[in-house]
Write a protein that binds this ligand. Structure first.
Ligand SMILES: [Fe+2]
Length: 501
C-alpha cells in the first residue's frame, strides 16, 4: 500500500470507527496529513481550554500497566485560556486545573477538575474576569488585583495538598477531595507579604524541606526557610535584601548548602503600578548585569558565597551535590530573554525565534570559591526530573523533555535520559501528532535498586484524536511499557508528583 493510500484510509477510518479503535489507527497519520488537519500549532492543541470535569474509569490501554504501579499521578496547570469573554494571553495564565490518574488493584480512575478557589468562584458568580492574571489584565477598571493562581505545582504537606502559585501564599486543599480549605501560612510562620516558591526541595533522608519567597515591600528581600515536617512550621534561615524583585523560579540543595541561581531578570514594579501592565509585561532582562549563584550554608556556619557569570536566564534546575570539595550544579540556561517573548506569545501561529534552555553543568570549587567550569551538556530541553532518592546526592541520570522544532518550540516532542557521567543521552521521540509534558519518576525494585530502576511516566496529548494519555517507559532504556488513554482531552499542565499507595 503506498503512503497516500494509507493516509486516506487512516483518515476515513478515524472518522468512522468507534472510539476503542482510534488508538490503534493513530500511526496511520503522517505529518503532512496532520498539518492539513490542524489549524493551530500542536502546542496550542496541548494547552488549550478544557470543559471536561469529573471522574472516569479508564480501560483503553496499549501495552500493559505494571502491577507495581499503585498510586496517584497528580498534575496541575492552566485549564482555561479565557475568563468568560476575555482571552488570556500568556502560557502561565488560566485557572488551575488538576488531573489525577489513580491506579489501584483492579481499576484506573481519572479525576480532572478546576480547583474551586474563592477567586474562581467569585468570577463565576459575577460572570466576568475580576482579577488580573500573570500576562493578562482584567478588562474592567476596577480590577481586584492579581489572582493567586495556583496552577504551577502541587505538593503534599500537613496531611493535605498545597497548591502553589509562586506569587503569593499556598492554597491548602483537602487530601482526598481537593476542596479548598484556606490560604496557608505554615502556622503563622510565612509572613503575610512574602510569596512562596513553586519549587521547594525536600531532603530524601530527613524529610526536611527548604523553600523561599520574596518580600513584597521596599527591601525586596529573598527570604529562605527550613520547613519542619513535624511542627509544619517554617524557620527563617536568611533574609537577603535585593536590588530588584528577581525572577527566581527554582532552587537547588546539596547536603550542606542551598543554592540559588538568580538571573538578571526582574519585575519593574513601577511599570505595573503606573502603567497598569500585567506582571509579564514588567519583566525586564538586563544583559549587562551578571547571573548570580548564591550559595548558602544550611546551618549558617559558613558565610554566604556569591559568584557570577555572564547574563543568562534560568527557569529550572536539575540536581546539585557536593563531591570532593566541589559543588556540581545542573541547571538549564538560555543566553538571552527571547524565551520570555516565546512564552508570552505562545498562542501565535507565527514562528518565534528563541534561544531554548540548555542543560549546563557548573562546577564550583568551595576552597577557592570560584567557578571551575561551565559545560553545556544538551540543548533545547526543560522540565528536569531525577530519582528523588538522589536529591542532593551524586546523580548519574537526569530526565528532561525536549522542546519542539523552530516552528513550535513549546510542543515538547520527546523525552531524554541524560547520563551525566558519560555525557551522552537516550531519546524517546513523540509521534508527529503528540506532545509530552514533564515526566514523573516512579521508583521500582523490580529490576534492582539502581538510580534508574523504575519507570518514567508522562502525560501526553494526541492532537489528531484530541485526547490525553498517561504513558509508561522503562527508566533504564526508555522502552515503551504501556499507555492508558484518558478518553478525553486533558491540558498538559506544568508540574506534578506521583504518590505511591
Ligand atoms: Fe517550574
Amino acid at each position: 500500500m503506498d503512503l497516500k493510500r494509507r493516509n486516506f484510509l487512516g483518515l476515513t477510518l478515524l472518522l468512522l470507527t468507534p472510539f476503542s479503535s482510534k488508538a490503534a489507527l493513530k500511526d496511520l497519520i503522517d505529518v503532512k496529513t496532520l498539518k492539513k488537519r490542524l489549524t493551530r500549532k500542536l502546542s496550542y492543541q496541548a494547552y488549550k481550554t478544557t470543559t471536561h470535569e469529573g471522574a472516569w474509569s479508564l480501560t483503553n490501554i496499549d501495552g500493559f500497566i505494571p502491577d507495581d504501579i499503585r498510586g496517584r499521578f497528580i498534575k496541575v496547570g492552566p485549564g482555561a485560556k479565557e475568563v468568560f469573554t476575555t482571552p488570556l494571553q500568556h502560557y502561565f495564565d488560566g485557572d488551575a486545573y488538576v488531573s489525577e490518574f489513580n491506579f489501584s488493584e483492579n481499576k484506573i480512575i481519572l479525576r480532572a477538575f478546576f480547583l474551586k478557589t474563592p477567586q474562581r468562584l467569585e468570577e463565576i458568580s459575577q460572570k466576568k474576569m475580576l482579577y488580573d492574571e500573570f500576562g493578562t489584565l482584567s478588562p474592567y477598571k476596577k480590577s481586584k488585583g492579581r489572582k493567586n493562581q495556583p496552577n504551577i505545582n502541587l505538593i503534599r504537606w500537613d496531611e493535605s495538598f498545597l497548591a502553589l502559585s509562586e506569587g503569593a501564599h499556598p492554597l491548602q486543599l483537602d487530601n482526598d477531595t481537593f476542596d479548598y480549605k484556606s490560604t496557608y501560612d505554615f502556622n503563622v510562620t510565612l509572613p503575610e507579604k512574602v510569596s512562596f516558591t513553586a519549587h521547594p526541595k525536600f531532603d530524601p533522608d530527613t524529610k526536611i524541606g527548604y523553600c523561599y519567597g520574596t518580600y513584597q515591600g521596599i527591601s525586596k528581600a529573598l527570604n529562605i526557610f527550613e520547613m519542619d515536617p513535624s511542627t509544619k512550621k517554617l524557620k527563617e534561615l536568611y533574609s537577603l535584601n535585593q536590588k530588584h524583585v528577581y525572577m527566581i523560579h527554582d532552587m537547588l540543595m546539596t547536603e550542606n548548602f542551598l543554592i540559588f541561581i538568580i538571573p538578571p531578570a526582574y519585575f519593574k514594579l513601577t511599570d505595573i503600578i503606573l502603567g497598569k501592565i500585567p506582571m509579564a509585561g514588567a519583566l525586564r532582562f538586563d544583559k549587562n548585569e551578571k547571573t548570580r549563584i548564591l550559595i548558602l550554608s544550611k546551618n549558617k556556619k559558613i558565610p554566604p558565597i556569591e559568584l557570577t557569570f555572564p547574563a543568562h536566564l534560568v527557569f529550572h534546575n536539575g540536581n546539585a551535590y557536593e563531591d570532593n570539595g566541589k559543588i556540581n550544579i545542573q541547571t538549564f540556561l538560555t543566553k538571552d530573554e527571547t524565551l520570555l517573548n516565546l512564552i508570552s506569545n505562545w498562542q501565535s501561529n507565527e514562528e518565534i525565534i528563541a534561544d531554548l534552555p540548555k542543560l549546563h553543568e557548573i562546577v564550583i570549587d568551595l576552597n577557592t570559591k570560584k567557578i571551575d567550569s561551565i559545560e553545556e551538556i544538551i540543548s533545547d530541553h526543560d522540565f528536569p526530573v531525577i530519582n528523588e532518592v538522589f536529591r542532593s546526592k551524586k546523580n548519574q541520570y537526569l530526565y528532561a523533555t525536549k522542546m519542539g522544532n523552530t516552528h513550535d518550540p513549546m510542543a515538547f516532542n520527546g523525552i531524554s535520559k541524560i547520563n551525566l557521567f558519560k555525557k551522552d543521552s537516550l531519546f524517546y521521540p513523540m509521534k508527529p501528532e503528540e506532545v509530552c509534558g514533564e515526566v514523573f519518576f516512579v521508583t521500582s525494585n523490580r529490576d534492582g535498586q539502581n538510580e534508574d530502576s523504575g519507570y518514567i511516566a508522562y502525560q501526553g496529548n494526541n492532537a489528531s484524536l484530541d485526547q490525553g494519555f498517561l504513558e509508561f517507559l522503562n527508566a533504564k532504556d526508555l522502552s515503551f511499557v504501556g499507555r492508558v488513554w484518558a478518553d478525553r482531552y486533558l491540558p498538559l499542565g506544568f508540574h506534578g508528583h506521583y504518590f505511591s499507595n
